[in-house]
Design a protein around this ligand. Sequence first.
Ligand code: GDP
Length: 300
Amino acid sequence: FDRFKERLSKTRTAISDGLTGLFKGGRKIDQELLDELEELLYTSDLGPLAGELTEDLARLHKRGELKGEEDVRQAMRAKLLAKLEGSGGGDPVMTAKPTIILVVGVNGSGKTTSIAKLAHRFQSQGKKVILGAGDTFRAAAADQLQIWAERNGADIVRQHKDNADPAAIAFDTCSAAIARGMDVAIIDTAGRLHTQSNLMQELDKVRRVIDKKIPGAPHETWLVIDGTNGQNAIRQAKEFTAAVDVTGLIVAKLDGTARGGAVFAIKDELGLPIRYIGTGESLELLEAFEPEPFVDAIVS
Ligand code: GDP
């Protein structure tokens, strides 16, 4: 838990230490203090929730239920936890063999890194993992994935030319996963933004081809979101969820930002389970998302 706190320390400093700062010099709770708290929550990217939370606190204060800093902290903790109810994630139950996981998201969100981390995670659980380098739009993405795969001893299916057919790679990955008795196949996809409708059509085709090869697959489709990008990332995410049947989220880069409050806005606005959060660049820094330790790490 301490490591987790440490990885989220920027958001923790903004919210938890920020709250301590508000009460400095023995300040009492008043509207001015609550306004400052709202501002603080807003800059941590809680979005509309910042206003909602402080209004709740104002109401509690009026009723005489908030005496000081500790009460405010407890009330915030309870409210934030309630906001994340039902959003816990972690590993899916993998009854299918192979279990096919499709990973989508815009370039730069942390998609390739997250795939490598997932491969590492599943491998360390003793599963046999194969990767599909389906981001054929960027040869560099396939190269990066291959480096990860070689370092991890995971299998990879890729093509060596630009603009290869991503659906063909997805198909080949599924075939190889079956032939080689793999437990999990994780398939990367393109994430370019400038031709959004093409991208969504391409993702749909990839999905259909996978389903044709293995009926009912992909078993999971996870969207990677850049946690430092707050409201902007949510807007982009909505384009994906409108076009693809996303079953879970990975929020990357939460270590590098004071804006980790975005997690609440993400859950609120997308209504999907957050499976994992990325808390660093190295392989083991992918945490199964659990509301309670997360909230504790940033407010308590
Ligand atoms: P992609 O374009 O979506 O595939 O993104 P990449 O996986 O290449 O990641 C983009 C950048 O973000 C790289 O420099 C990664 O090292 C970095 N990155 C990815 N995930 C994390 C994370 O959880 N924490 C930090 N600090 N950096 C990350």
